[in-house]
Design a protein around this ligand. Sequence first.
Ligand SMILES: C[S@@+](CC[C@H](N)C(=O)[O-])C[C@H]1O[C@@H](n2cnc3c(N)ncnc32)[C@H](O)[C@@H]1O
Length: 222
Amino acid sequence: MRTSITLPLVHKREVPTQFKDDDNRFAESLVEYFLKNYTQKGDIVLDIFAGLGTTFFVAEEMERIPYGVEYLEDRYLYIKEHVKSKDNIIHGDALKLLEYQLPKCDFCLASPVYMNKEDTENPYTACETNGSYEQYLEDTRRIYSYVKEIMKPDSYIVIEVSNLKRNGVVTTLAWDIAKTVSEVLHFEGEIIVNWVGNGSEKEDGIYNYGYDHSYCLVFRNK
Ligand SMILES: C[S@@+](CC[C@H](N)C(=O)[O-])C[C@H]1O[C@@H](n2cnc3c(N)ncnc32)[C@H](O)[C@@H]1O
């Protein structure tokens, strides 16, 4: 397994204006890298935080079969409108994953909503309820215990995530998620993704959150 890769932080697909202020999509290059190296044509690829559908779009382009869940209705509708496999996107909650009729999957790639350790709103309810960082990590562990149930034996599960720097305080989000999800899935190790862009370097890091890199945490359903 390569433990450090360099990828372009470029979004090939334009999104409607309504999503531009909260555009936290994968770069297509990330999805392409993992689908090329971890899957084959015809494989079922799961994204439990489907967002604006990057995993869906790239999977269809690469002749994989995407399935996924998205909490926000406008994002869900955007994906549904633009993909071929319209029945495979579910408007739902990853914390209810086992209530949906999902098939056994070959590969899972997803990036959760992020949370700083001092935040007090629950990002898994679109910040509509109160929460704590401890609860968020526990929910993340619970979600991945459900993912385990629907993955094929020996399949890979990849979580893309960054640590977060805000006002001089670092939340070790990537490391905390690695630790908590390791309680339910076998942790194979991390891949550092060094992001390169074609614009000027951003003060907050090219990736954002104070960093130029993120982590892909690679787990296996053993
Ligand atoms: C970092 S974004 C994912 C972006 C995605 N990888 C893409 O390329 O478009 C995380 C997504 O998780 C969704 N989300 C938040 N809470 C959720 C939940 N409980 N269940 C499912 N999705 C959730 C958010 O609405 C957001 O769209």
